[in-house]
Design a protein around this ligand. Structure first.
Ligand SMILES: Cc1cc2nc3c(=O)[nH]c(=O)nc-3n(C[C@H](O)[C@H](O)[C@H](O)COP(=O)(O)O)c2cc1C
Length: 346
């Protein structure tokens, strides 16, 4: 049980054998990886696995499901991250996610925010492997797409290797064969979510040890990865890498990862290529009444370090939020970086 979702390697075999579907992933990030951001990031590589922002199971059950779950088919492969701790609620939400067409359901066992802690989900669930296992089993029993878990190395004083191994074993026994591990512990209560992404030290070796100990499971490593070289080092020990802040803040890194790791031999997708792919989507959404800024706010990290990048950001952040802003704002912002990019993307 639990391995049915593996498919024949599509990217060749690495040092760890025929893996590959999750070699490069973009992390779930609240307020960042919404449908527009994912549609934009998709343009940098067709095989990168994209994760949604966390959506709580309760919101899926009681909220506006089209708004919460809707996405564009070009986003595939795309995973829905759910937050919750009630097996029945999560199972019902996972069913809606599967029906909406997501390729995978991911359970958030890593988010350290107080709001999440009081709702008893996120990182505090690492202390309750029984409950996480019950949640996974409940979701697995109602969907055929894979159910994965994103967790940390531990939480507060619950951070020994024995704890972590017991967590993985119990959750795996419930049918989860794909773990995404943010390679640091969470410290609840004392650190803000942001500090919890920076202060507890990264301990990649502890994720590597899990891979060695459970060769039957698939492990994606996350935390602090910024470059192709970083990814390559981790892929010597793990099945995949997940980038969060770097992917969002400097999306060009995804083009480099795609060319180096997913489609070797291809020349990296350029910024102009990615924007040319995004532009028809922007036009279609504008015609439906989606504000330009809701889409272009995700582009602000582009071109960083290049001449004109600051003007690009200024034009987008000042002009895109204005009522009625149209595609010409994006064109002007691109022309500020490089008229050739503006022409190629148009
Ligand atoms: C703005 C922001 C929002 C985040 N929201 C989520 C979330 O909804 N679910 C989750 O599992 N992790 C969330 N994270 C954590 C990331 O998924 C990732 O684990 C973390 O940023 C470490 O990876 P990185 O160093 O590559 O950014 C968030 C991170 C950031 C920066």
């Amino acid at each position: 049980m639990g391995h049915e979702h593996r498919q024949p390697a599509t990217h060749g075999t690495g040092p760890l054998g025929p893996w590959g579907r999750h070699r490069v992933c973009v992390a779930p990030m609240m307020d960042c990886t919404d449908r527009h951001a994912r549609r934009f990031l998709r343009g940098f590589g067709p095989e990168i696995v994209l994760y949604s922002e966390m959506v709580t199971a309760a919101a899926v059950l009681n909220g506006d499901r089209e708004r919460l779950l809707g996405f564009d088919v070009a986003e595939h492969p795309v995973a829905l991250q759910l937050g919750g701790s009630d097996p029945e609620e999560l199972a019902a939400a996972a069913q809606f996610g599967a029906a909406a067409g997501y390729d995978e359901i991911n359970l958030n066992v890593g988010c350290p925010s107080d709001r999440v802690k009081s709702g008893r989900f996120g990182a505090c669930l690492m202390r309750e492997p029984d409950r996480v296992a019950a949640c996974v089993a409940a979701m697995r029993s109602v969907v055929t797409i894979p159910v994965s878990v994103k967790c940390r190395l531990g939480v507060d004083d619950w951070d020994s290797t024995a704890h972590l191994e017991a967590f993985v074993d119990q959750v795996a026994a419930a049918g989860c064969s794909l773990f995404i591990v943010h390679a640091r512990k969470a410290i609840l209560g004392r650190l803000s979510p942001r500090q919890n992404r920076e202060i507890p030290p990264l301990q990649y070796h502890r994720v590597h040890a899990l891979v060695t100990r459970r060769p039957d499971l698939e492990f994606i490593i996350n935390g602090g990865l910024k470059s192709v070289a970083d990814a390559q080092r981790q892929l010597e020990h793990t099945h995949g890498v997940m980038l969060g802040r770097e992917a969002y803040g400097r999306p060009e890194v995804l083009a480099a990862l795609d060319a180096a790791l997913l489609r070797p031999g291809q020349s990296p997708v350029t910024a102009a290529d990615a924007l040319a792919r995004f532009r028809p989507y922007v036009l279609a959404r504008l015609a439906e009444g989606v504000p330009l800024h809701a889409m272009t706010r995700h582009l602000l990290g582009m071109f960083s370090g290049r001449p004109g990048a600051r003007r690009f950001r200024r034009i987008l952040s000042e002009q895109a939020p204005r009522a009625g802003a149209g595609i010409d704002v994006l064109d002007r912002a691109l022309a500020a970086v490089d008229p050739a990019i503006a022409r190629a993307a148009a």
